[in-house]
Design a binder for this molecule. Structure first.
Ligand code: C2E
Ligand code: MG
Ligand code: MG
Ligand code: MG
Length: 282
């Protein structure tokens, strides 16, 4: 019953915890063979110029199609990959796959790859990135790497060194989910980002929530003064699109502009559009 207290609740709580730990253990075991069983694949979501709606970039988003459990969200399995060390081989695969796919697109379009902080703790991130570029023959200028502020929590100096190394190759470095998590403006002094991505929690209801609008304005101002491109994440309505454009966001990403889609669908879309034609709303 809803009102029960004491032992019963505790047992239930323990059970729930056990279930979560169990699920994590199972996911970890199954994830370790997911790559070789071809259960992982990438989706690509367009990022467009706010003024012209031309596609500037596609963000690679990892998917796990489990044979019996169905599609598992990266928000659930990335943490499992991180805690088990599997993020290293998976992250390497994502880089190779995304770079190879991008060589099929017009050379005005970049590919953005998400990096987990755990990929910075090994030794080989810069080498992995360079290998992916060499093997695919993708120009470094067409690769963008998305990181979150959490990489500044430990080994700040070493991580900044790696970021600078990558940036000097011509790769763009974007700060993802800006404004959430461990946000501290101090991190912006550590490294000069090419791009700030405003987290979608600030974009929703922007025009009716003065606090969100104020934060979006402040981030755009901050980004501009650092010489960074500013992208709005999670744009779902024409209203939000008009608002972020009006406020001076350079780029936008969200269901309004395009959902994450398969590599195949990207190919179809790109050939169906005359080169550089603008890509309209939903
Ligand atoms: P993220 O990098 O911030 O990616 C954007 C997320 O927002 C994606 O979720 C995308 O599908 C979703 N999204 C885009 N537009 C909209 C919108 O208009 N409305 C709503 N509600 N959502 C939108 P997804 O694909 O589930 O990925 C979740 C997170 O998982 C990513 O957040 C990223 O942190 C992580 N992730 C995905 N792929 C990789 C990867 O290859 N490596 C690593 N390390 N992390 C990844
Ligand atoms: Mg991202
Ligand atoms: Mg994001
Ligand atoms: Mg995110």
């Amino acid at each position: 019953a809803a009102k029960s207290t004491g032992k019963g609740d505790y047992a239930w709580f323990e059970f729930a915890m056990e279930e979560k730990a169990d699920r994590q253990r199972i996911l970890r075991e199954e994830l370790s063979t997911a790559l070789e069983k071809n259960q992982l694949y990438l989706n690509y979501q367009p990022i467009v110029c706010t003024r012209t709606r031309k596609i500037i970039c596609f963000e690679a988003l990892l998917r796990w199609e489990h044979p019996t459990r169905g599609l598992i969200s990266p928000d659930e399995f990335i943490p499992v990959a991180e805690s088990s060390g599997l993020i290293e081989p998976i992250g390497r695969w994502v880089l190779q796959q995304a770079c190879a796919e991008a060589t099929k697109w017009p050379n005005t379009i970049r590919v953005a790859v998400n990096l987990s902080p755990r990929q910075f703790t090994g030794f080989g991130l810069a080498a992995d990135v360079m290998r992916a570029l060499e093997q695919s023959r993708l120009s470094p200028h067409r690769l963008e790497l998305e990181i979150t502020e959490s990489i500044f929590l430990t080994d700040t100096q070493e991580n900044v060194r790696i970021l600078n190394q990558l940036k000097h190759l011509g790769i763009h470095i974007a700060l993802d989910d800006f404004g959430t998590g461990y946000s501290s403006l101090a991190y912006l002094r550590c490294f000069s980002f090419n791009k700030l991505k405003i987290d979608r929690s600030f974009i929703s209801d922007m025009s009716s929530t003065p606090e969100n609008l104020a934060i979006v304005r402040a981030v755009i101002g901050l980004g501009k003064s650092f010489g960074a491109v500013v992208t709005a994440e999670g744009v779902e309505t024409e209203d939000e699109m008009a608002c972020v454009t009006q406020e001076g966001c350079d780029q936008a990403q969200g269901y309004l502009l395009g959902r994450p889609m398969t590599a195949h669908a990207v190919g179809d879309m790109l050939v169906s559009l005359p080169t550089n034609r603008s890509f309209g709303g939903a």
